[in-house]
Design a protein around this ligand. Structure first.
Ligand SMILES: [Ca+2]
Ligand SMILES: [Ca+2]
Ligand SMILES: [Ca+2]
Length: 488
């Protein structure tokens, strides 16, 4: 009986055998309708599309934390296809079948159904014959789930096209020992006797590439990591941690895991002083909500945070730190005639705990326009440095002005070391409104601000000061008239 049933799954895709399975189909259809009203998983557009022809499982990475997911935890995967062509000239798909296998010592497939309820989303616009999902033993280490769907009547599924086929619910049945991670594949079977396939109207198999899902469950434990004499940190994580170093008052390490999946890190950290713990990922300080979550007892901090993988530099700062920052970049005007100069103010700060000496570079787009060297700032102080940008030799157009402070030794918070100002327009001499031509609109502006200077009763507009001498007077008017009518 079992043998016959296995044979029937392939036979169901043959048009001439359909009749003998009608009773089963009707029963299955009723069962599916009852079940899947609750189980329907909306899957219209893939999150991780693949180039055709392809069949794949989403999500491609399943990372479960042994701390938050216990035995019995359930999760779903969805199987997708993307088909551009089939062997038959009619370019239609008449049936599909999927076979996925998984490590039966770690997981159990509990349920399976079509992604659009009584049919797959891929076949949602055609009349289909639903099939009951099959569950069973594949070999000594793996179990399988098999599902399929057949064209019933009317038009067939045209290709090219993509769509989701089925969802499969898995339950976690085994937890790795502390400090270990279970890794396995939820894989599509494409070779052998029981395989995944796409059939055209002549029942020819379409070749496609299959993509599995990687399953990881558990916890790595790193440490003890000496922080200060006699005081150690311990890191638990679902990701691989390397390059662990402790410099001054910062613990550094590199975290690597499957791209796009969620990494989590839980650190038990000795309470060395009362300085608040700061967490940095690639130089950016992590601020709640939601992460980091930091709790403390009399002797330790417990630091938890999550992040999207692939590889990241992570730093845990636990005391006074080296830090410099660019806090403001401001130009004296936003429109300047080509060949004239404008002043740019850069404000620098030392939010860290030590005196720092450092260099700052200013850019117009990607061209260096100033290098400010050996700036010394004591802890908690700031300074504003002004320099002149002569626009001679710069093409007319829009420029962004940015400033980057070099990273000082031991600095962790590098995200605040660079800052970009808004646009500066380098234009025709006499153009005040930045539209790259000198016309009546500019003349109106010079007249409006004529006689003004910074701090004057009359409002001051630095862009109307064409020659950049800090006043709008007859010289600006003369320059405007000299260039009147010019444009880019
Ligand atoms: Ca900084
Ligand atoms: Ca203009
Ligand atoms: Ca002037």
């Amino acid at each position: 009986m079992t043998t016959a049933k296995h044979g029937s799954k392939d036979a169901l895709f043959r048009n001439d055998k359909t009749e003998s399975y009608m009773i089963t189909i009707v029963l299955v259809a009723i069962a599916l309708t009852l079940n899947q009203a609750l189980l329907f998983v909306k899957a219209d557009v893939p999150n991780e599309p693949h180039t055709a022809n392809a069949m794949w499982i989403e999500p491609s990475h399943i990372d479960l934390s042994a701390h938050t997911h216990d035995i019995g935890y359930k999760f779903n995967v969805t199987i997708w296809v993307n088909i551009t062509s089939v062997p038959s000239p009619k370019q239609v798909v008449t049936a599909w079948q999927l076979v996925i296998i998984y490590d039966k010592t770690q997981l159990n497939a509990t349920r399976c159904g079509y992604t659009a309820g009584t049919k797959s989303q891929f076949f949602s616009n055609i009349t289909t014959i639903p099939l009951e999902p099959q569950f069973g033993s594949f070999n000594t280490t793996h179990n399988f789930v098999m599902h399929g769907e057949n064209w019933g009547s009317g038009p067939k599924r045209n290709v090219p096209g993509y769509g989701s086929l089925s969802w499969v619910e898995f339950q976690v049945i085994a937890k790795p020992p502390e400090g270990q991670v279970y890794t396995s594949l939820i894989d599509l079977v494409t070779t052998g006797t029981r395989i995944s396939k796409i059939l055209d109207d002549q029942l020819s198999k379409t070749s496609f590439t299959s993509y599995p899902s990687t399953y990881r469950y558990g916890t790595y434990v790193y440490g003890p990591i000496p922080i200060k004499p006699g005081q150690n940190a311990t890191i638990e994580s679902n990701v691989v941690i390397t390059k662990t170093t402790v410099t001054k008052n910062t613990l550094h390490f590199e975290a690597t895991g499957p791209s796009g999946s969620t990494g989590w890190i839980n650190i038990t950290f000795p309470k060395i002083n009362t300085t608040a713990i700061k967490v940095f990922i690639d130089g950016h300080r992590l601020k709640p909500p939601p992460f980091p979550i930091i709790i403390t007892n009399g002797t330790h901090y417990f630091i938890y945070f999550e992040f999207t993988l692939s590889t990241h530099e992570i730093a845990i700062q636990f005391g006074p730190a080296d830090d410099v920052a660019v806090t403001n970049v401001m130009s004296s005007k936003t429109v300047v005639g080509q060949g004239y100069s404008l002043r740019i103010n850069i404000t620098l700060a030392n939010p860290g705990s030590y005196t720092e000496t450092f260099n700052v570079t200013a850019y117009a787009n990607t061209t260096i326009i100033a290098t400010l060297t050996n700036i010394t700032l004591t802890s908690g102080n700031s300074t504003t440095i002004t320099f002149t940008w002569n626009t001679t030799g710069f093409a007319k157009g829009n420029y962004t002005i940015s400033a980057i402070a070099d990273t000082v030794p031991g600095e962790t918070d590098t995200a605040d070391n660079s800052l970009t100002d808004g646009w500066i327009v380098v234009t025709v001499i006499g153009d005040i409104n930045g539209d790259f031509k000198v016309d009546i609109k500019d003349l109106v502006l010079v007249i409006k601000y004529f006689g003004s200077y910074p701090g004057s009763v009359k409002p001051w507009n630095p862009n109307a000061d064409i020659n950049c001498d800090n006043k709008v007077d007859i010289k600006d008017l003369v320059l405007l008239i000299k260039h009147y009518g010019e444009h880019v």
